[in-house]
Design a protein around this ligand. Structure first.
Ligand SMILES: Cc1cc2nc3c(=O)[nH]c(=O)nc-3n(C[C@H](O)[C@H](O)[C@H](O)COP(=O)(O)OP(=O)(O)OC[C@H]3O[C@@H](n4cnc5c(N)ncnc54)[C@H](O)[C@@H]3O)c2cc1C
Ligand code: SF4
Length: 574
C-alpha cells in the first residue's frame, strides 16, 4: 500500500548533472521542489584516492542502484545479446555522475545544431548518411549561448576562450562559436608533456588549446583550487575543486528553502491521468512505497533510465508508455564513439603520474565541419584530446607494442622502463542517429524490483567507422610529430555498448511525429512532463555532453518559471 505524500509544485527525478542544475532556477523563482534521488549524499571522506576502489571495484557499491539495471546490448535486432557488464559507469548520489566524472565542460560547435541544413548547403543533400534520422535542432547555438554562459559561471568552468563576440583569440579554440565573455577562471595548467604535444600540433600547422573543465584552476566560490594530484578519474574530489552539482547548484537551491532533497528514493513509475497529464511519481525506499504528487514532473535520471521510466509508465492515456503515443520513446539513440583508440610509445618519460583527465591539450581542426569534407566520403569528425593521468594498476597494463611478451621477467623489465612512456589519446567523434539504432525494454532481463531493464540495439555505421579511421590517421601524425617511436590503433566501429555519453531516446524537436519533447524540453503529449539530459539531444558533436545538458536543463527550468500557468494548465493533445 503506497503512502500519498503532500503535494508539491515540481518533482525532479534524479539530482545529477541535469536535475541538480535545474533545481536552482526553480528554487530561486520560489517554486517548491522535491528532488527524488536514488543515491545518498557523499562527503569528502568518501573520495579516497584509491585506484583499486574507484576504477576496478566500481565505487561506491553501497548505493549503486544502477548496477542492478545495467542495460543489455546487441548490435542489431537479429544479433545475439552481448555479454553484460558488472559495473554501471554512472553514479547514484546527490550530484549524480558529476561526482566522479572527468569534468571536461565543452560547448557544442555551431555546426552540431545544423547538421542537415549545413551539410546540404555545403556538400549536397546526398551527403547526409543513408538511414540516418538526424534532424537540425529546433534552434542554433545563439539560442543556447546565454545558458552555456550562465552555467559556466554558476558551477565554475576553467578555460581559455577562443572566440569572444566573433573576435578570435589564438590561445583558445578558434573553431568555437562566439561567446559573450571569457571563462570565469583561466585554464588548468599544462605539463611538460602536454606542452610538448601542443608544440608538435603547432608545428603541423594545427591549433592546439587547453580544454575547458568544471574544475577550479584557482579558488572559486570559496572552494579550493585543484591540487593536480590525480586519482579523480572515476573518483570524487576531497577538496571540492571539482564542480559537481553536489557542491554548487544543489546546496544553493537548498539554501533558498525551496528544495527538499529525498535520498534513497528509487522512482519506479510516473503516473498520468486520463487526460494525459502527469500527476506525480511512485518511488520506493527500503521496500516502502510512496506516491509524490506534483504539478510538474522533470525527468532527469540519465538517458537509459529516462527512456526506461517512460516505457514502464503505462496508463490508459499512454498504453505504450508515457509520452509514447507516436512511438518515439527510445528512438534516435546513439552514443559517442570513443573507441578507435590510438596509443603511442615515447622514448622518454612523459611525467603523467600526476594530473587529471580534464587537464590537457585539444585539437579541433578535425572536428565537426571545421575542415573541408568535399573530397571525403563522410561528415563530422573528432576532437583529439591529450591529457595527464596515470595510476599504478593501469600503468602495469600498458601495451608492450609487440616489443616484449605479456608475462615474465622480460615483461617486468619492459614495464619498469616504459610505464610512464605511453599515452592514449581520447578521441571523441561525431555519431549520428539511425533508423535501426534504438532503446527499448529487455524482454527477459529484470532489475532487483522485477522491472525490465533497458535494451540497447545499436552499432556504429559506415560514417562513424570512416571518422574513426580518419581521426586515427590524424592522431598518429600528431604523435609521430612529437617523437613517438611506436603507435598502435584500436578497432574501429562495432556494437554500441553501455555508454557514459548516451544520447537520444527522448529527442527534442518541433515535430511530434519524430520527437518526444518540444524545443523547451516538455513532452509533446504530456504537457506538464519535462525531460532533462542528453536523451533530448539529437546530435553529439565531437565533445562531451554535460555542459550542453546543463545549459539545456537551465533553459527548460527557466521556461517553466516564465510559463508556469501555461505549462500547468495546458491541456494535453494526445
Ligand atoms: C567516468 C566518467 C567520466 C565522465 N567525464 C565526462 C566529462 O569529462 N565531461 C562530460 O561532459 N561528461 C562526462 N561524463 C558524462 C557525464 O557524467 C554525463 O553526461 C552526465 O552526468 C549526465 O547527466 P544526467 O543528469 O543525465 O545523469 P547523472 O549525472 O548520472 O544523474 C542522474 C541522477 O539520477 C538518479 N537516478 C537514476 N535513476 C533514478 C530513479 N529511478 N529514481 C531516482 N533517482 C534516479 C541517479 O542516482 C543520478 O543521481 C563522464 C561520465 C563518467 C561515468
Ligand atoms: S586532481 Fe584536482 S580535481 Fe582531482 S581530486 Fe585532486 S584536487 Fe580534486
Amino acid at each position: 500500500m503506497s503512502t500519498r505524500l503532500k503535494d508539491t509544485d515540481v518533482v525532479i527525478i534524479g539530482l545529477g548533472a541535469a536535475g541538480g542544475v535545474a533545481a536552482l532556477p526553480l528554487a530561486q523563482a520560489g517554486l517548491d521542489i522535491v528532488g527524488l534521488e536514488a543515491g545518498t549524499w557523499l562527503t569528502r571522506r568518501d573520495f579516497a584516492p584509491d585506484e583499486l576502489r574507484n576504477n576496478y571495484r566500481g565505487w561506491p557499491q553501497g548505493v549503486q542502484k544502477a548496477n542492478q539495471e545495467i542495460p543489455t546490448s546487441r548490435a542489431t535486432s537479429s544479433s545475439p545479446t552481448g555479454p553484460r557488464g558488472t559495473i554501471h559507469p554512472m553514479q547514484n548520489a546527490v550530484g549524480g555522475t558529476t561526482v566522479h566524472y572527468w569534468a571536461q565542460s565543452w560547448r557544442l560547435n555551431p555546426w552540431d545544431f545544423k547538421v542537415v541544413s549545413e551539410t546540404t548547403r555545403r556538400y549536397g543533400a546526398s551527403r547526409v548518411p543513408k538511414g540516418s534520422t538526424v534532424e537540425d535542432w529546433p534552434f542554433g547555438l545563439d539560442e543556447l549561448e546565454p545558458y552555456y554562459d550562465r552555467v559556466e559561471y554558476e558551477i565554475g568552468v576553467s578555460g581559455q576562450a577562443g572566440n569572444i563576440g566573433g573576435r578570435i583569440d589564438p590561445r583558445g579554440n578558434p573553431f568555437e562559436g562566439p561567446r559573450k565573455r571569457a571563462y570565469p577562471m583561466p585554464p588548468l595548467r599544462g605539463t611538460a608533456f602536454i606542452d610538448k604535444m601542443g608544440g608538435a600540433a603547432r608545428s603541423l600547422g594545427w591549433h592546439p588549446f587547453p580544454g575547458p573543465a568544471a574544475i577550479n584552476s584557482r579558488s572559486y566560490q570559496n572552494r579550493s583550487a585543484c591540487m593536480y594530484h590525480g586519482f579523480c578519474n572515476r573518483g570524487g574530489c576531497h577538496v571540492d575543486a571539482k564542480n559537481s552539482t553536489a557542491v554548487t547548484t544543489i546546496p544553493r537551491a537548498q539554501a533558498t528553502g525551496r528544495l527538499k532533497v529525498v535520498t534513497r528514493a528509487h522512482v519506479t513509475t510516473i503516473e498520468a491521468d486520463g487526460d494525459g497529464r502527469v500527476t506525480g511519481v511512485n518511488y520506493m525506499t527500503d521496500g516502502v512505497e510512496y506516491f509524490q504528487p506534483a504539478k510538474v514532473v522533470l525527468l532527469a535520471s540519465y538517458t537509459y533510465e529516462n527512456t526506461r521510466l517512460l516505457l514502464l509508465s503505462k496508463s490508459k492515456a499512454f498504453p505504450k508508455g508515457l509520452s509514447n503515443n507516436h512511438g518515439q520513446v527510445g528512438r534516435h539513440y546513439f552514443s559517442h564513439h570513443t573507441g578507435a583508440a590510438v596509443t603511442a610509445l615515447f622514448p622518454w618519460d612523459t611525467g603523467s603520474w600526476y594530473g587529471l583527465p580534464a587537464q590537457g591539450v585539444a585539437v579541433d581542426d578535425w572536428a565537426d565541419d571545421n575542415f573541408d569534407h568535399g573530397a571525403l566520403d563522410f561528415i563530422g569528425g573528432g576532437n583529439l584530446w591529450i591529457y595527464s593521468d596515470r595510476r599504478p594498476i593501469g600503468a602495469a597494463g600498458t601495451s608492450t607494442f609487440g616489443g616484449a611478451p605479456r608475462w615474465g621477467s622480460a615483461w617486468k623489465a619492459f614495464i619498469r622502463e616504459n610505464a610512464d612512456r605511453s599515452n592514449t589519446a581520447y578521441i571523441q567523434k561525431t555519431t549520428l542517429p539511425y533508423e535501426d539504432n534504438y532503446l527499448d525494454l529487455d524482454p527477459v532481463v529484470k532489475d532487483a524490483l522485477g522491472y525490465a531493464v533497458c535494451r540497447i540495439t545499436a552499432e556504429y555505421k559506415e560514417n562513424e567507422r570512416k571518422i574513426g579511421a580518419f581521426t586515427q590517421d590524424k592522431m598518429e601524425q600528431w604523435y609521430r610529430e612529437a617523437g613517438a617511436i611506436a603507435v598502435q590503433r584500436g578497432p574501429v566501429g562495432g556494437a554500441m555498448g553501455v555508454s557514459t555519453h548516451a544520447y537520444g531516446g527522448t529527442r527534442m524537436g518541433d515535430s511530434r511525429e519524430t520527437n518526444v519533447v518540444d524545443r523547451f524540453g516538455f513532452s509533446h503529449e504530456a504537457p506538464n512532463l519535462g525531460v532533462l539530459g542528453a536523451s533530448v539531444m539529437g546530435t553529439s558533436g565531437a565533445h562531451n555532453p554535460t555542459l550542453t545538458v546543463q545549459a539545456l536543463a537551465w533553459r527548460t527550468a527557466e521556461h517553466l518559471v516564465k510559463n508556469w500557468n501555461a505549462v500547468v494548465d495546458h491541456r494535453s493533445a494526445i
